[in-house]
Design a protein around this ligand. Structure first.
Ligand SMILES: Nc1ncnc2c1ncn2[C@@H]1O[C@H](COP(=O)(O)OP(=O)(O)OP(=O)(O)O)[C@@H](O)[C@H]1O
Ligand SMILES: [Mg+2]
Length: 247
């Protein structure tokens, strides 16, 4: 299954939205890729993903939890994870939890303007109440767990009972659980965090990521028995013809 998302472009300075101080629970609106209203074509691609996820509910293998990862840094995995979660949550019918599992270089909190003092790292290294780590956002049905700051040996952690309990809590309280993950070629974290989930989405930056990198990442997911739900081709450029006939 392939989905494609175009490159979003900054608006001209004089038409840019005013950047008011950003309270901790309001998504940033000053960058087009995180704007509240998405470009129509981009919105349609996310709606396709939502429709397919909803359709899977009537199958033997419903997909209610998804890990989103790229092969290398900068493919747009976090951006895609945010928009999948947001598209599911909008309208309040499907409460969704977005979790940043990129504990090395987390970014969800930055993109959504959230604090990162307490997040997944703290949840997994303590016995704190899971609900305490969930940020509310301007979308009433979208909850977010940021990555947190506590130093952790990520390699062992996802196999622990604590992680299983956290996932169970998330599944019990939300219709969908979307994990943003570190790039697959950099670490095994995406595979380990994603292994107990229903499926994964691979994000590829168009005209940028070398084909062998994408194939290796996909292979790693398949070998780890993750169900590759689809590939998002992100940041597709709309080319403008560079030769124009003049009369
Ligand atoms: N469709 C898009 N159009 C324009 N810019 C985009 C798009 N998707 C992502 N970006 C920008 O590309 C950069 C990298 O995006 P993002 O952080 O989502 O990637 P990532 O794969 O999660 O990177 P990392 O592995 O470092 O976490 C960000 O500046 C983001 O705003
Ligand atoms: Mg990221």
């Amino acid at each position: 299954m392939n989905f494609s998302v175009h490159e979003t472009r900054a608006k001209e300075a004089d038409s840019a939205p005013e950047t008011a101080p950003n309270p901790s629970n309001v998504p940033s609106l000053d960058r087009p890729e995180y704007a509240e209203v998405l470009d129509e074509e981009i919105h349609e691609e996310y709606m396709k993903i939502k429709t397919l996820l909803l359709a899977s509910r009537n199958t033997e293998q419903p997909i209610r939890s998804l890990v989103v990862a790229g092969s290398v840094r900068g493919e747009g995995a976090s951006t895609v994870a945010i928009h999948i979660a947001r598209t599911l949550a909008v309208g309040n019918a499907f409460p969704t939890l977005l979790v940043d599992t990129d504990l090395r270089i987390p970014s969800i909190h930055k993109y959504l303007g959230l604090k990162n003092d307490i997040g997944l790292a703290e949840v997994l290294s303590s016995s704190m109440d899971f609900a305490m780590a969930i940020h509310r956002t301007r979308f009433p049905s979208l909850g977010v767990v940021t990555a947190g700051r506590h130093p952790l040996d990520v390699s062992n952690l996802p196999n622990t009972q604590r992680y299983q309990d956290f996932l169970q809590f998330a599944r019990n309280h939300f219709q969908y659980v979307i994990l943003d993950a570190a790039p697959i070629r950099e670490t095994f974290d995406a595979v380990v965090f994603g292994a107990p989930l229903d499926a994964c989405v691979l994000v590829v930056r168009a005209d940028h990521t070398p084909r062998p990198f994408v194939l290796q990442a996909r292979q790693r997911l398949i070998e780890a028995n993750l169900n590759v739900f689809g590939v998002v081709l992100n940041r597709k450029r709309k080319y403008v013809p560079n030769f124009i006939m003049r009369e």
